[in-house]
Ligand binder design. Sequence first.
Ligand SMILES: [Zn+2]
Length: 556
Amino acid sequence: MNHREKIKALAVELTQIRSVVGTAGEKEVAGKVYDTLAKLDYFRNHPDNLRLLPVRDDPLGRNSVFALIEGTLLPEVKKTLLCLGHIDTVGVADYGGLQDLATDPAALKEKLAQATKFSEPALSEILSPDWLLGRGILDMKTGVAALMVMLEHFSRHPEKMAGNLVFFAVPDEEGNSAGMLSAVQDLAELQAVRGWEFTAAIDTDFMTFRYPGDENRYVYVGTTGKLLPCFFLYGEETHVGEPFNGLDANLLASEVMRRIDLATDLCDLADGEVALPPISLHQRDNKTEYSVQTANTVNLYFNWPTHDSEPAAVLAKCRAKAMEAFEAAIAHLNAEYMKFCQLSHIPFQPLPWQPNVLTYDELYRQVRNEMGADLDRILDGLIRQLRERGADDREVSMAIVDEVHKHCSDKNSKIVVYFAPPYYPHNFVRDGDARSDILLSAVEQAVATARQRYDYPIVTRKFYPYISDLSYCGIAAAEHMDKLTGNMPAWQLTYHLPVQAIQSISMPVVNIGPYGKDAHKLSERVCLNYSFDAMPLILQRTMEILLGVDNQEEPT
Ligand SMILES: [Zn+2]
């Protein structure tokens, strides 16, 4: 069997093992990956180089699969290439009555086309033999299959490799990245013991079109990151009978929303590539009942993609926008109040509100100065309660801010800017950095090889645009992390990131993924063309170059 047929067959086999995140299927598919690799001669001869590694502190007892092929071309090989794939998928509820067939690529095609109304061209693609359907087949069982076939390929000739090849297949990517966050700690330990020098990380997660009619096939060097900046707005409640006596936190929230939601002036622009704008994920006032009193507090937060802005920069932008919003709300209230005074023939006096924006760190320090260690005791109790309740990380974060503010002597209106989990660092592969240049050049050479052989319009870009485990192959430098950790109330309480481990393995990343459409939708499908011919070729050439393999034979 050539690579194309092998990858296709394995992609279907892996898809057939349903491995929805948070279910026992994740363990099952890890077992399948392990068993498949265990049959290779290399791992029979080097059984210690293939392991099921338990995910640390995982209540579900899940495993990652670790495989190592040690290059022997040079003595004392330290250079190490990391290959990554996730083995979990999102759920199957979207398949409705066809859930049983969601992970059966052969049966799903016809049944899905009959049961669901698709418009063209989706319908013809779904029915075409050029496309395979199934939950996870695109995101990312095909990518994992491609890496496993590469392991088989490279394991035949470790004597040609001037570097080590490490493969990690991890669960929980679609959840909280528990697999990857555990793997980075394993990698940091191995690196310390064996003196490894990581050259790059290759992921093979899916790739799709960027706009309607886009026929390009993309290879992405680096990845986008994301932050979750939040705004806790404290207004001055009032009875609806005296509307100008208060500062409605909902009005304040609207002003913040209008300035941040989809605001392109907040987009990161790095190497000419623009990140997506921030978008709101939550806006809610904290009133629990109907009453004729205006809302006193509102919480809102935004998904904020990054290409090069570190947490401190995002915090500064949020603070500036909050200040603008506050001033605009006060100006609006004064203008309307003035008109109202004229209409009702009463004297106008400017309203007393003053804009006031602070970060969580500033609020905490102020209150800590006022009340000392009592504050921390109160917070400990609160966190215990929240944990018992199984509160979500966002809820925990807001509850802490709210509690700290309750003890603040300054009860004037204010906006508190803070961060909630998760934090996904971006990975910006900058030209001019030695390791980055090696990766960029390897990818360009590999793509050039594929362009010679195939007609696909293959384009290399910076920043894989979807949030993925690739984010945890690097993290902001320590001086930038302070602004994040100091302003993230849940940090080290309910949210943990192995920052030191990530900093120590930190490396440039690339995503060389299969092409398909509709990941996370019931029409999730992978295209045989490109995904099973050009993509594995680009993958193989990139790996050969980074592993110092002198490629004499034609790739299969
Ligand atoms: Zn994925």
